[in-house]
Design a protein around this ligand. Structure first.
Ligand SMILES: [Fe+2]
Length: 435
C-alpha cells in the first residue's frame, strides 16, 4: 500500500510541488468582458475560434459584440472540428498565420479551446507537427517560450481545457488520440460563463459531468508527487506532477458538488443552480488536473474513442460515429478504481463519500467497490452507456483497445498502481458491462 502522507518523500522523488494557478473570471454574463480583457492583454487583431454549431449562438455573439465595442480587429475562424485531428490543428494554425493575428479567443468546448492552443503554438513557433507532440508518438520537444495571449471561453462544463496546458487530437495516420502537453500552451485567461451551459442537451451535460468526475477522482488518486522521480531541474517539473495538496482541494469540492448536483443538472434543464454548480465543479477539477494529471481512465479512453465502430449518441452532431470524450472516460472508471483502490483505499473512500455514498462502516478493503458502485449508480440514473458494451465494444475488442492505449505512458504512469499490459487488460475486462 502506498503511503498517502506528503511528508513521506521517497528516495529520489520530488520534495516540492508547483502551483500553476489559472487566471480565470467566473460568473453569469462574464463573456461580455471579452473586449476589455483582450485590450488589457494588448491584443489588436484577434483570432476568434469556434465551430459551426456555435457560430449562430448568443455566446459567440456576446463575445463578438464585446470585442467590437472595445475596438479590437476580428478574424473569425468557425471551422474548428469537433474531435480535432493533426490536420485540423494545422488548418487552424495556417489561419492564424494568414490572418496575422496577435492574440486568440476560443469560444466552445474542449475541441475549440484545444484547437486555439495548437494554432497559437504552431503559428508562433512553427515546427514539424510531431515535434511538440508527447513522446513516444511525437518528439516531445519543449515549447521554446511564451505564446501569444489566448482567452478561453468554455461553453460546456466538462473538459477543463481552459485551465490546462494540454491539447488533445486524433493523429490520423496512426488512428490514435494523443496530445501536446506544456505549461506554455495554457490559456492566459479564461472567461467562464455558466449561463453558456443552460441550453445544452441532457446527454451532453451528463457526458461532460462524468468527464469532470473522473478528472477529480483521477487527480486525487494519482501517484503523489512525493513518489515520483524528481525532475532534472525545477523548470522541467511536469504539470502532471501527481496528487498534491493544492489539487486535492479542488478535487474534494468538485466531487462534493457533483454528488449534490449532477443528477439534478441532467434531469432538469431549467435547474439553473445545478447547471451553474456543475460549471464551477468543472473549473475546480480543471485546475486540479492541470496541476496533478489524470491517469488510467483517461489513458484508456483514447482507444475507446479512437476505435469507434458505429456508436451515435443523442445530443451530438450526427453523420459520423463518435464516443464523446466524457463517455469514453467514464465507461472505464468504475473498473479502474476497483483495481487501484488497493493502493490508496482512504482516498477511494473519500471519493465515494464526497459523491454521496454512505461509507461510514466501510473497511479499507471495500473502498474500490464502494466508489465504483456509487459511480455506476450515477451513470444509471443519468442515461450513460453500460460500460464498453454500451458504446459498441465486446470482449473480442480488448486486445485492440489495450494496444491502442498502452503507449499512453504519461497517463498510465500517473496511476497509483503499476500498469503493464496484463493490468490494462484486466481494467478493460472489468469495464465491459456494469449492470
Ligand atoms: Fe477529460
Amino acid at each position: 500500500m502506498l503511503c498517502q502522507h506528503y511528508e513521506h518523500i521517497h528516495e529520489g522523488a520530488d520534495s516540492a510541488f508547483s502551483v500553476d494557478a489559472s487566471n480565470i473570471t467566473f460568473g453569469a454574463g462574464c463573456l461580455s468582458e471579452a473586449g476589455e480583457v483582450a485590450k488589457s492583454l494588448g491584443i489588436g487583431r484577434i483570432g476568434v475560434y469556434t465551430d459551426d454549431g456555435l457560430i449562430g449562438t448568443e455566446h459567440v455573439s456576446k463575445v463578438l459584440d464585446s470585442l467590437k465595442a472595445a475596438g479590437i480587429d476580428i478574424a473569425l475562424y468557425d471551422n474548428v472540428r469537433v474531435e480535432p485531428t493533426d490536420e485540423s490543428f494545422q488548418a487552424g494554425a495556417k489561419f492564424a498565420v494568414d490572418a496575422n493575428v496577435d492574440g486568440f479567443i476560443s469560444v466552445g468546448g474542449g475541441s475549440v479551446i484545444d484547437t486555439a492552443k495548437a494554432s497559437n503554438l504552431y503559428s508562433t513557433y512553427p515546427a514539424d507537427f510531431l515535434d511538440y507532440v508527447n513522446a513516444p508518438i511525437g518528439k516531445g520537444v519543449p515549447v521554446p517560450g511564451p505564446l501569444k495571449p489566448h482567452i478561453a471561453c468554455p461553453t460546456t462544463s466538462g473538459t477543463g481545457s481552459e485551465c490546462t496546458g494540454i491539447a488533445v487530437f486524433d493523429l490520423l495516420e496512426m488512428k490514435a488520440k494523443t496530445g501536446i502537453a506544456s505549461k506554455m500552451i495554457r490559456p492566459s485567461r479564461a472567461l467562464i460563463d455558466p449561463d453558456a451551459t443552460l441550453t445544452l442537451p441532457p446527454n451532453v451535460v451528463a457526458a461532460s459531468a462524468f468527464d469532470v468526475l473522473s478528472h477529480a477522482l483521477e487527480s486525487y488518486t494519482a501517484r503523489p508527487y512525493t513518489q515520483r522521480p524528481a525532475a532534472a531541474s525545477p523548470a522541467l517539473r511536469p504539470s502532471s506532477q501527481g496528487a498534491n495538496p493544492w489539487s486535492d482541494l479542488g478535487c474534494g469540492e468538485a466531487l462534493r458538488l457533483l454528488g449534490l448536483y449532477l443528477e439534478r443538472a441532467v434531469s432538469d434543464a431549467s435547474d439553473v443552480e445545478a447547471r451553474h454548480q456543475l460549471m464551477w465543479a468543472s473549473t475546480l477539477a480543471g485546475i486540479a488536473f492541470g496541476n496533478a494529471g489524470c491517469h488510467a481512465p483517461h489513458g484508456m479512453s483514447y482507444s475507446v474513442s479512437g476505435l469507434v465502430k458505429d456508436f451515435m449518441p443523442d445530443g451530438y452532431p450526427k453523420g459520423e460515429p463518435m464516443v464523446p470524450h466524457g463517455m469514453s472516460v467514464i465507461v472505464n472508471s468504475p473498473s479502474v478504481f476497483r483495481l487501484t483502490a488497493a493502493d490508496q483505499p482512504d482516498r477511494h473512500l473519500d471519493g465515494a463519500r464526497w459523491l454521496g455514498a454512505d461509507v461510514s462502516d466501510a473497511a479499507p478493503s471495500e473502498a474500490g467497490e464502494a466508489l465504483s458502485e456509487r459511480i455506476i449508480s450515477l451513470m444509471q440514473t443519468t442515461g450513460m452507456p453500460n460500460g464498453l458494451q454500451g458504446v459498441g465494444y465486446g470482449p473480442e475488442d480488448i486486445t485492440a483497445l489495450v494496444a491502442g492505449s498502452i503507449k499512453q505512458r504519461r497517463l498510465l504512469d500517473n496511476a497509483p498502481t503499476e500498469i503493464d499490459e496484463e493490468v490494462l487488460t484486466q481494467m478493460y475486462e472489468g469495464a465491459v458491462s456494469y449492470w
